[in-house]
Write a protein that binds this ligand. Structure first.
Ligand code: ADP
Length: 453
C-alpha cells in the first residue's frame, strides 16, 4: 500500500471518529435539553415554580424551549392571579359575620368559614363532614336537601348554644355548577329580642295607661249618675280621679324621660359633683315622706368624694332610689345613703369610680327578681310590696329603676342591687370619680342622724 493510501485511510478514519464524536456530543446535548424540558414540564404540571430553559439554538429545539418558557410564564401568571383571588375570597369569607357552609352533591362540607365553626362549636377539621355531623338541626338539613334539588329556600331556626340557643335566618341556594349547594346563616337573636321587648313595651304601656284611665272614667260616670249629690261619696270618687290623674302624669312623665334618654335627647352635661351635698339635698327633699313613716335617714358620705355626673340626672337617680327605699321599707325602718371610692371590674387596682349605695332594712328583693328589676315596668307586685305602700292603683309605675339605669349608663356608670342581711336592699350606682377642688367649701345642708349599722 502506497503512502497516499495510508494517508487517505488515516484521514478517513480520523474523519469518521471525529464525525462520531461530534454526533455523539450533539446527541448528548440534545438529550440533556430534552431531559431538562421534560423535567421542567413535569415540575410545571405538578404546580411547582420551575425555572426556565436556556436553549439559544436557532433550531426547532430552541423554538420549543422558547414556547415552553412562554407557556410557563403564562401559567405562572394565571396561578398567581388565582392564588390572589383565592386569598381575597378566603379573607372575605373569614371576616364575614354570617356563617357560610358549602356542601357537595353528597351533602359533605367543602367549605366552612370561621363564623360557622364558632356558631356550631366545631372541633377538628370540618371540611369533609356531612351537614348532620356538623349540626344536628333537622331544619338546616331540610333546607340543604331542597337546595340540592335545585331550589332556593329560607327558614328561621334555632342553633343549639349556651347559655341560650342562637336564632338564625338560614338561606340555602344551589351552586351554579349544579353540584352542591351553599348555606348562609344570619344571626337574628338580637333583632328578635329587641322586637319582643318593643312588643312587650307597647302591651305594657297600653295596659298601664288603661288601668288609671278606666278608673277615672268609672268614677266620673258614677258621679254623673248621681253620686255628685252625695257629698260623702262624691269626695271619694273625685279623690280617685285625682290620684289616677296623678298616676297618669307620672307614667307619661316616666315614659317621656325614657324615650328622651333612649333617643339620646336627654342632655347630659357631667361636672364634678360633691356627693355629700347631693345626698343631703335628696334626704331633705324627701324628709316629709321619711317623717310620715318614721323612717330614719342617715348619710354616710365622706366630704371629699366627687363624681363626674350631670347634677339633674344624679338628683333624679338619688331621688328615685331613696323614694323607693322609703316606699318599700315599713314604718320605723332605716335608710342609709352611703358612698365610697371603688375600682372598675376591668381595672381592680384603679379607684376611678365612686359608688353610691342606698341601703334599707325593708323586705328586700327575692333573688329571682334581681336580674330583671331594672327593666321597664318590672314590678314585684306581691302582697308584701303593696303592704309597703305601692298599690297598683296609686303606687309605682315600674319605670323608676329603668330611668335610674338609663341615666347612670348615660353618664358612663353602672347600677346594681344586692341583698342586705338579715333583710333589706342595697341599690348602688357607680359613676366616674372626679378630683376634689373645693374641699373646704361650706356644706350648707343640715347634718342628718348617724348611720345605722
Ligand atoms: P316603682 O315605680 O314600682 O317603684 P321602680 O322601677 O322604681 O318602680 O321599682 C320596680 C320594683 O322594684 C318595685 O315595684 C318594687 O317591687 C321593687 N323595689 C324597688 N326598690 C325597692 C326597695 N328598696 N325594696 C324593695 N323592693 C324594691
Amino acid at each position: 500500500m502506497g503512502p497516499l493510501r495510508v494517508a487517505i485511510f488515516v484521514g478517513a478514519g480520523i474523519g469518521v471518529l471525529l464525525a462520531l464524536f461530534m454526533s455523539g456530543l450533539a446527541a448528548h446535548l440534545m438529550a440533556r435539553t430534552v431531559r431538562d424540558l421534560v423535567d421542567k414540564a413535569r415540575a410545571v404540571a405538578a404546580g411547582e415554580r420551575a425555572g426556565r430553559l436556556s436553549v439559544h439554538t436557532g433550531d426547532e429545539l430552541g423554538g420549543l424551549a422558547g414556547s415552553f418558557n412562554r407557556l410557563a410564564d403564562a401559567l405562572e401568571g394565571v396561578v398567581s392571579t388565582l392564588a390572589a383571588e383565592r386569598d381575597r375570597f378566603q379573607a372575605v369569607l373569614e371576616s364575614m359575620r354570617e356563617a357560610v357552609i358549602a356542601l357537595d352533591a353528597g351533602c359533605q362540607a367543602t367549605l366552612v368559614n370561621r363564623t360557622a365553626v364558632d356558631w356550631l362549636r366545631l372541633r377538628g377539621e370540618a371540611v369533609g363532614r356531612t351537614l348532620l355531623e356538623l349540626a344536628r338541626v333537622p331544619g338546616l338539613q331540610q333546607l340543604a336537601d331542597r337546595a340540592l334539588d335545585g331550589q332556593t329556600a329560607s327558614a328561621e331556626l334555632d342553633l343549639p348554644g349556651r347559655p341560650a340557643p342562637r336564632r338564625v335566618l338560614a338561606h340555602a341556594a344551589p351552586l351554579s355548577s349544579g353540584r352542591g349547594c351553599i348555606l348562609v346563616l344570619y344571626d337574628v337573636t338580637e333583632i328578635r329580642r329587641l322586637e319582643r321587648i318593643r312588643r312587650d313595651f307597647v302591651a305594657n304601656v297600653s295596659h298601664e295607661l288603661r288601668t288609671p284611665v278606666s278608673i277615672v272614667r268609672a268614677n266620673a260616670e258614677t258621679l254623673l249618675d248621681g253620686a255628685l249629690d252625695d257629698p260623702g261619696s262624691a269626695r271619694r270618687f273625685v279623690d280617685g280621679i285625682h290620684r289616677n290623674a296623678e298616676r297618669l302624669t307620672r307614667l307619661i312623665g316616666g315614659l317621656l324621660d325614657i324615650s328622651r334618654l333612649e333617643a339620646g335627647k336627654y342632655a347630659i352635661a357631667p361636672v364634678a359633683i360633691d356627693l355629700r351635698r347631693a345626698a343631703l339635698r335628696t334626704a331633705s327633699a324627701l324628709g316629709s315622706l321619711a317623717e310620715d313613716k318614721h323612717i330614719q335617714v342617715a348619710i354616710d358620705v365622706p366630704a371629699d368624694l366627687r363624681a363626674m355626673a350631670d347634677p339633674q340626672a344624679l338628683d333624679q337617680i338619688l331621688t328615685n332610689l331613696v323614694a323607693n327605699a322609703l316606699k318599700y321599707t315599713p314604718a320605723g325602718g332605716h335608710v342609709v345613703i352611703a358612698a365610697h371610692r371603688a375600682a372598675p371590674a376591668d381595672a381592680p387596682d384603679a379607684a376611678t369610680l365612686v359608688r353610691i349605695d342606698v341601703v334599707d332594712d325593708g323586705p328586700g328583693l327575692d333573688p329571682r327578681h334581681r336580674p330583671r328589676i331594672f327593666e321597664r315596668f318590672y314590678r314585684v307586685d306581691d302582697g308584701r310590696a303593696r303592704a309597703g305602700g305601692a298599690s297598683h292603683e296609686t303606687g309605682g309605675t315600674g319605670l323608676g329603676l329603668a330611668i335610674v339605669k338609663h341615666l347612670a349608663e348615660a353618664m358612663d356608670g353602672e347600677v346594681g342591687v344586692e341583698a342586705v342581711t338579715p333583710h333589706g336592699s342595697r341599690f348602688w350606682v357607680a359613676l366616674p370619680s372626679a378630683p376634689v377642688t373645693d374641699l373646704h367649701a361650706p356644706v350648707t345642708d343640715a347634718a342628718l342622724s348617724p348611720p345605722f349599722s
